[in-house]
Design a protein around this ligand. Structure first.
Ligand code: IDP
Ligand code: MG
Length: 150
């Protein structure tokens, strides 16, 4: 079983797309394991986006992600990282396929609505930045066997 970090970024919260993002992930069959509305401060922004520190868009990215509340979530399933990435669509909404979150709801690479970890290793690192271990819950759903063959 794999877990991945999903953020509804400040643009998604401001546009009222929290329910839309959660609904898509729920309908896909993933299981919500943790959720909170929170602000990302400068320190967390730098730790979370550290890989991009030398990119020209870094300052804008930090100012954007700290500009308003985000919804941080842990989602769980087999292959959760890859499934969430495919559900989000590619980074630039201009190229994101219709049917994806970015392909249906976005037009600008500086306003990408969601974050999803890009590998199982990133997911572990990022989940530890946003959640205490006890905030991430394990539980059975009565629908589990209808979503994944036991
Ligand atoms: P991802 O969100 O699809 O994983 P990354 O390459 O990790 O994409 O970039 C992180 C975020 O940085 C993107 O979601 C987007 O908000 C922003 N970003 C990436 N590339 C650019 C760019 O060229 N211009 C402006 N913002 C960018
Ligand atoms: Mg990324």
């Amino acid at each position: 079983m794999e877990r991945t970090l999903v953020l509804v970024k400040p643009d998604g919260v401001q546009r009222g797309l929290v329910g839309e993002v959660i609904g898509r992930l729920e309908r896909r069959g993933l299981k919500l394991a943790a959720i909170k509305l929170m602000r990302v401060d400068e320190g967390l922004a730098h730790r979370h986006y550290g890989e991009h520190v030398d990119r020209p868009f870094f300052a804008g990215l930090v100012s954007f992600i700290t500009s308003g509340p985000v919804v941080a979530m842990a989602w769980e399933s087999n292959n959760a990282v890859e499934i969430v990435r495919n559900t989000m669509g590619v980074t630039n909404p201009v190229n994101a396929a219709p049917g994806t979150i970015r392909g249906d709801l976005g037009v600008d690479i500086g306003r990408t609505i969601v974050h999803g970890s890009d590998s199982p290793e990133s997911a572990e690192r990022e989940l530890a930045l946003f959640f205490q271990p006890e905030e991430i819950l394990s539980y059975a759903r009565s629908t589990d066997d209808w979503i994944v063959e036991p």
